[in-house]
Design a protein around this ligand. Structure first.
Ligand code: 5GP
Length: 217
């Protein structure tokens, strides 16, 4: 990626959506680790931190009153209530990063991704990660043994409803092989960074080209 400061660019919002058990966390962690210009969007939440979670790394942990204040200030790109707690994606740090030419990765659900896309269609890029099969997905969910069989059945049935929405995404990556899927994801990010509309330096550069006098032949 060009990091020439004279080449002013606008970053993008990369929204990665996948059912649980498809390997999304490993893919997104590696993408952020490999790209210094890509940052994970840290949501604000009213829920209590779990053991091992850190303020500012996993979430911004805020009181319900502070969350209300942020809502009044229109401080969120989108927000949702999940199991009695509220979660929101703060707008200001993302917009500042984009203006600096940096990008934000959202580890977010389908509804949240679509809300952000509706607000900022030129900045948002939507990627869906597909499992190779539902059997493989349930095998991965069982192996990580975080959920009961009932929760796993519910996750799979929810995934089936969501799969039919694949055409509403800009890109779909099949995660049947981690390295292959990662390579596709990285290519998507690189190509989107090169999109002409994000390369703000192009317009003045081309204007200068057009003003150049013809060289003598
Ligand atoms: P957890 O409390 O387990 O960290 O997250 C619960 C749910 O909230 C997850 O499904 C997670 O994706 C979702 N979530 C976390 N941050 C946000 C956010 O900023 N916006 C939305 N819409 N959902 C979020």
């Amino acid at each position: 990626m060009s990091s020439d400061p004279a080449r002013k660019t606008r970053g993008l919002m990369l929204m990665i959506v996948a059912p649980s058990g498809v390997g999304k966390t490993s893919l997104t962690r590696r993408l952020v680790a490999d790209h210094s210009d890509l940052h994970l969007s840290i949501s604000a939440t009213t829920r209590q931190p779990r053991p091992g979670e850190h303020e500012g790394r996993d979430y911004h942990f805020v009181s319900p009153e502070d969350f209300d204040g942020m809502l009044q200030d229109d401080a969120f790109l989108e927000w949702a209530e999940v199991y009695g707690n509220r979660y929101g994606s703060p707008r200001a740090p993302i917009m500042e990063a984009l203006a600096r030419g940096e990008s934000a990765l959202f580890d977010i659900d389908y509804q949240g991704a679509m809300k952000i896309h509706a607000q900022a269609p030129d900045d948002a890029v939507l990627v869906y990660i597909l499992p190779p099969s539902l059997a493989e997905m349930s095998r991965r969910l069982l192996a990580r043994s975080q959920d009961s069989e009932e929760v796993i059945r519910e996750r799979i049935s929810r995934a089936k409803d969501e799969l039919s929405l694949w055409k509403t995404f800009d890109y779909v990556v099949l995660n049947d092989d981690f390295d292959g899927a990662y390579s596709e994801l990285a290519h998507i990010y690189h190509a989107e960074r090169l999109r002409a509309s994000r390369n703000l330096w192009l317009e003045p550069f081309v204007d200068e080209l057009l003003e150049e006098s013809l060289p003598e032949l």
